[in-house]
Write a protein that binds this ligand. Structure first.
Ligand code: PHE
Length: 364
């Protein structure tokens, strides 16, 4: 507020000149309209409506006027300040509105966007294949057994009728576990579980085993040093090759589709007699396409070995061979997965690339 009007200064009073006030108002209104942001408007407010603005100065000068002039000057300055104040208020509201609109757009959250979820873990396709095979066997009334991956040489070879010098021992390309005196190997097939199951459970017996086996094979498109087999063993009264063939056909059609059967070709395993290789009816052409790539036009695809359990094995495992006979089979689970899915290179199955696994569905 101004003090008593002791020294009357006409220069200061000129601030109350109507033209000067109009000019101050129009300068203020122009600046207000031109303010493009709340920050700019703040500066405009200080300049045109702040303590040091022309209008504030004029307001202070009113006190210096003679009483007769005060009312008119007061009204004029008051109206001028009112107009500027109103314009500031409106522009402030406009700019705030603009800012709010901008924030709504800039900071918009698209609620419809599919969230990027952390991928869920799931079982490996080979494991799923094994479970599928186990389910089929359980569906036939069989039990599922397990054996150790580090196996006693005795179970892996001796109990299965491999002579100590039998060429088949070398034929198996075995990983021996140190020290050699421990008599331990990484099992070369799931057949030792046959011996374990017969010793543990006795006959009659219908048992399957799905598991990992090891051979000193180089890794290539069709070989892996660690792979998976499914073993089947049935020991009961009156078991014949016909039961073996029927069981294999059932497994094949459950896994690869109705009408897929198996074929037996004479072969040799120390633990079965007679022994056979089993081929699978080609699940692509079913034997009708001489140019079929899956079976090279032969109509058959090799799947594994089988036969009637050798009497020596039954005896070594305490089974009464006068009463019981049995059949056994063993085939590749990884190969079955290749057949079912058309995967041409086994290495893809073990590289651990989830994009490969994901193709087979994410079962948990
Ligand atoms: N164990 C044999 C192999 O790995 C397969 C087989 C199993 C053969 C059962 C006959 C009976 O080659």
């Amino acid at each position: 507020m101004s003090g008593p009007n002791t020294s009357y200064d006409p220069v200061e009073v000129s601030a109350l000149d109507p033209a000067a006030i109009d000019e101050a108002v129009s300068a203020a209104l122009t600046a207000i309209a031109a303010a493009g942001s709340l920050g700019e408007l703040k500066a405009v407010r200080t300049e045109h409506a702040g303590d040091k603005s022309a209008l504030a100065l004029a307001n202070r000068e009113i006190g210096a006027l003679p009483p007769t002039a005060k009312a008119e000057a007061g009204k004029r300055v008051g109206q001028a300040r009112g107009r500027v104040g109103q314009a500031l208020k409106e522009r402030q509201a406009e700019l705030e509105d603009e800012r709010d609109q901008r924030i709504l757009i800039d900071e918009a959250v698209d609620m419809s966007l599919v969230p990027r979820r952390a991928p869920m873990g799931h079982r490996h396709p080979i494991e799923l294949m094994g479970t599928r095979i186990a389910d089929i066997m359980v569906g036939m009334g069989w039990e599922i057994a397990e054996g150790p991956e580090i196996e006693a040489e005795w179970f892996n070879f001796d109990a299965l009728n491999f002579d100590i010098d039998h060429p088949a021992r070398q034929m198996q390309d075995t990983f021996y576990v140190d020290p050699p005196s421990a008599g331990l190997v990484l099992r070369t097939h799931t057949s030792p579980v046959q011996a374990r199951a017969m010793l543990e459970r006795g006959a009659p017996l219908y048992v399957g085993c799905i598991g990992r086996v090891f051979r000193t094979d180089e890794l290539d498109a069709t070989h892996m040093p660690a792979f998976h087999q499914v073993e089947g063993l049935a020991v009961d009264e009156g078991i014949t090759m016909a039961n073996l063939k029927g069981t294999l056909d059932r497994l094949a059609s459950e896994l690869f589709g109705e009408g897929i059967t198996t074929r037996l070709r004479p072969s040799y395993f120390p633990f079965t007699e007679p022994s056979a290789e089993m081929d699978l009816r080609c699940f692509v052409c079913r034997g009708t396409d001489p140019d079929c790539r899956a079976c090279s036009g032969t109509g058959w695809i090799e799947w594994g070995g089988c036969g009637m359990v050798n009497q020596n094995v039954l005896r070594a495992c305490g089974i009464d061979t006068d009463r019981f006979s049995g059949f056994a089979f063993g085939m590749g689970v990884d190969r079955a997965l290749m057949f079912r899915t058309g995967v041409a290179d086994m290495r893809e199955m073990i590289e651990g690339d989830v994009r490969f696994d994901a193709q087979f569905g994410l079962e948990i």
